[in-house]
Write a protein that binds this ligand. Structure first.
Ligand code: PLP
Length: 393
């Protein structure tokens, strides 16, 4: 399996699990008309945005979304077609790139709309060349959303990006006056998994502000993972899954979350690169934090905190010996490029170990690791370094 890799550690991405998760998430929507905008920002939450995006398109996901313009350009340069949203607060000076690569920017003020109008106008009247030389128009413009369309974000309580709900009619009027097509209006929930009252308040604010838009044919979307699982806003035009699409929980992997039957998509696998037999009393790793208290085997794996293997797992983490299922403790400090693990004496260099498992194991899964190191699955997944090769199965 490793013959074409230059590294004996890799992230295994199970595309069947991704497809399974999409169908679970679609089943939360009362109508088949509700489409999916899959969130593939931050390298598809560490899973590799290009391959994941192509696969999502192949299995019929309607749209994709990234956080920043650069991420959208990256996808276009890797031949990803169809509508791609940029959900971050896109700045005026980025509008040209949005047009050039046919990305749908999020706007929330007049200046951004006017810049989009001006840029679009220039290309229409001066015939200014938009597409870059290396990408064919077929890739960039194969989308059912007209070029130069925008999405408007409204802030319904998170106090981050987005215009105030009261400013929406004015902004839409500005778009209409400048021939800018408003594809959709959306909002984002602050705590859709954990806080029912707040989410209901946000949804209510959103629905009231956007009700008049229905007659204008402007679409609406609101639901991130927590909201999809709890069915808030799943009857709108699109749902926008991120973390749940990768099979990971918005909070911890509670029984309630696990009951949805999602499947974690990524695991981290490695071969040991060296196995040493240590005598009683020998120290291991930086800071000499571990002392062998009997004769034992210590395996070095070529993965460290620079790869997204958390330093906080020093002396706390476990890896799984794949051919027996046995858990082996990470001993000594996690360093930048290596970890050391106490392994059974018969371990060989030709066997694999799972360093992060595609399940909800409290010690070895992404969600378990998140609990151990005091963070969330989002951070564990997105920190998986680009240094890892990704293998797609
Ligand atoms: N929608 C928007 C606008 C987002 O910014 C994000 C992620 O932060 C998502 C959807 C996906 O959220 P989640 O990963 O919680 O599903």
């Amino acid at each position: 399996m490793l013959s074409n890799l230059e590294r004996s550690a890799y992230i295994l991405v199970n595309l069947d699990s991704l497809a399974h998760n999409i169908s679970v998430l679609r089943s939360r929507c009362p109508s088949k008309k509700t489409g999916v905008i899959s969130v593939v920002k931050a390298g598809a939450y560490g899973h590799g945005s290009v391959m994941v995006s192509h696969h999502l398109k192949n299995i019929g996901v309607e749209r994709l979304a990234v956080a920043i313009v650069d991420e959208g350009i990256h996808l276009r340069k890797h031949h990803v077609k169809g509508p791609i949203h940029v959900f971050g607060n896109v700045q005026s000076w980025e509008m040209h790139s949005c047009l050039q690569y046919n990305l749908i920017p999020t706007v929330c003020d007049e200046k951004a709309v006017l810049t989009m109008a001006e840029t679009l106008n220039k290309t229409k009247t001066n015939g200014e060349q938009l597409s870059g030389p290396i990408i064919s128009d077929d890739i960039i413009y194969q989308s059912d959303v007209p070029q130069g369309s925008v999405n408007i974000k409204i802030d319904t309580g998170m106090s981050r990006n987005g215009c105030q709900p009261d400013d929406l009619p004015k902004l839409i009027k500005i778009c209409q006056d400048h021939d800018i097509h408003v594809d959709a209006v959306f909002t984002h929930f602050a705590d859709s998994w954990g806080n029912k009252e707040f989410t209901e308040m946000q949804l209510d604010t959103f629905l009231k502000a956007t009700e008049p838009l229905k007659s204008l044919g402007i679409k609406r979307h609101a639901s991130n993972s927590g909201a999809i699982l709890r069915c808030y806003g799943t009857d709108l035009d699109y749902i926008r899954p991120g973390i749940s699409m990768y099979g990971l929980p918005p909070d911890n992997a509670s029984e309630e979350f696990k009951a949805f039957g999602l499947k974690p998509v990524a695991s981290m696998v490695s071969y040991p690169t060296l196995i040493k037999r240590l005598q009683d009393g020998r120290k291991v790793g930086y800071g000499c934090t571990y002392t062998a208290d009997n004769e034992q085997s210590i395996a070095t794996f070529p993965v460290g905190y620079a790869d997204g293997y958390w330093r906080h797992l020093s002396g706390k983490g476990f890896v799984i010996r794949d051919n027996s299922g046995e858990r082996c403790p990470v001993v000594g400090r996690v360093s930048m490029d290596a970890i050391t693990v106490r392994v059974p004496a018969d371990t060989s260099l030709s066997e694999t170990f799972t360093l992060m498992s595609a399940d909800y194991d409290p010690l070895t899964s992404a969600s378990g690791i998140a609990d151990i190191v005091g963070t969330i699955s989002y951070e564990v997944a997105t920190r998986l370094s680009t240094r890892f090769p990704r293998l797609y199965t």
